[in-house]
Design a protein around this ligand. Structure first.
Ligand code: ADP
Ligand code: NA
Length: 325
């Protein structure tokens, strides 16, 4: 039987090369093999305050970006989370299965709430919503970046707990992580992951950046004073991160790249890397700009909504019955 994949991205900013290498790059390869659901998770984005107009624009922008990165809307279900009400309904039910303690232990919650005077309840209950996203489609595999490991583990726990306590309703999904792009780091602080919601624009390469900007950001990326190109995540996190980015965009192995640059300095390496990244994403950008303006995008999202609603409401119905509501 064909297996199902589900993956979501928040419309919380412009997509980064971290999102691409960690998640999106593999979607076009997977769509032929799997029954695929790709979601724009706007309910997740509002766990922190968002500007209304920007959020709308980013939601549409993300839809266009999925397709520009190679998603074929005829093969997959591409949809907006808030247009499928089963997500929040099941999320509530799963919140009643989850414990506050286990949600407080999530590292993403700890990172995002650290030093904040006040955080939303939604930031705490983000993981059960994510579990609902995944479980509604009886997902087998979740292709995401390394940062989502703990959330997927929780999703598995909630599914198993629900199944044991009530009835065997949910498939228990597995995570799928890219070997090379699993965790792309900030260019300015290579011990922190690159994120589209980082305030420091220099730390992040966006998929919509122009070649000049990309060159500037890569040239000013933090490395070390040794000047030797080798992969050593612990002692040389900066250059190791750039090597990962290079590998992700060329499909060469890190070892091969290191061998090619033997005896060369960071300057040459950075110049080449900037060109590689710019060339690679220029095709994506062109497709993106064509799509963003088109009415076709609205039709695609309408169809996605309809398809997702059908499947999701079926699972929700079973889960409600099992719980007695
Ligand atoms: P962000 O943290 O940039 O806002 P999301 O939370 O919307 O990203 O995640 C979208 C997808 O991109 C997820 O699969 C996530 O694991 C992946 N991802 C996010 N940041 C990175 C990164 N720095 N490296 C690799 N994958 C990442
Ligand atoms: Na995130």
């Amino acid at each position: 039987m064909t297996q199902t994949i589900f993956s979501g991205i928040q419309p919380s900013g412009t997509l980064t090369i971290g999102n691409y290498l960690g998640a999106m790059k593999q979607f076009p390869e997977l769509q032929d093999e799997y029954n695929s659901y790709f979601c724009i998770v706007d309910h997740h984005a509002i766990t922190v305050p968002q500007d209304r107009l920007k959020l709308r624009e980013r939601t549409r922008s993300l839809a266009a970006m999925y397709i520009a990165c190679g998603i074929d809307p005829n093969k997959v279900t591409l949809f907006i989370q808030s247009e499928v009400p089963a997500h929040t309904e099941l999320a509530w039910m799963l919140q009643c299965v989850a414990s506050v303690g286990e949600l407080e232990r999530m590292t993403q919650f700890k990172d995002k709430s650290e030093g904040q005077e006040s955080v939303t309840a939604g930031l705490l209950t983000y993981p059960p919503l994510m579990a609902a996203d995944i479980l509604l489609y009886q997902t087998d595999i979740v292709p995401v970046g390394d940062d989502q490991k703990q959330h997927i583990e929780l999703t598995r726990n909630l599914a198993e707990r629900f199944n044991n306590r009530y009835n065997d309703i949910f498939n228990v999904p597995d995570i799928k992580i890219q070997e090379v792009g699993a965790r792309i780091m900030s260019l300015q602080n290579p011990t922190k992951k690159m994120s589209k919601s980082d305030d420091n624009q220099k730390a992040t390469i966006y998929l919509l950046d122009d070649p000049k900007r990309i060159e500037k950001k890569i040239k000013s990326a933090v490395t070390d004073s040794e000047g030797i190109i080798e992969f050593d995540k612990d002692n040389k996190p900066g250059i190791s991160n750039l090597l990962n980015i290079y590998a992700g965009f060329t499909n060469k192995s890190v070892d091969q790249i290191v061998a090619e640059y033997e005896g060369k300095g960071y300057g040459d390496f950075k110049t080449d890397l900037a060109e590689i990244v710019s060339n690679y994403i220029s095709d994506i950008q062109q497709r993106y700009h064509e799509l963003y303006e088109s009415e076709e995008l609205d039709d695609i999202l309408d169809q996605g909504q309809e398809k997702a609603n059908k499947v999701a409401s079926k699972t929700l119905k079973k889960a409600k019955k099992a719980m007695g509501i």
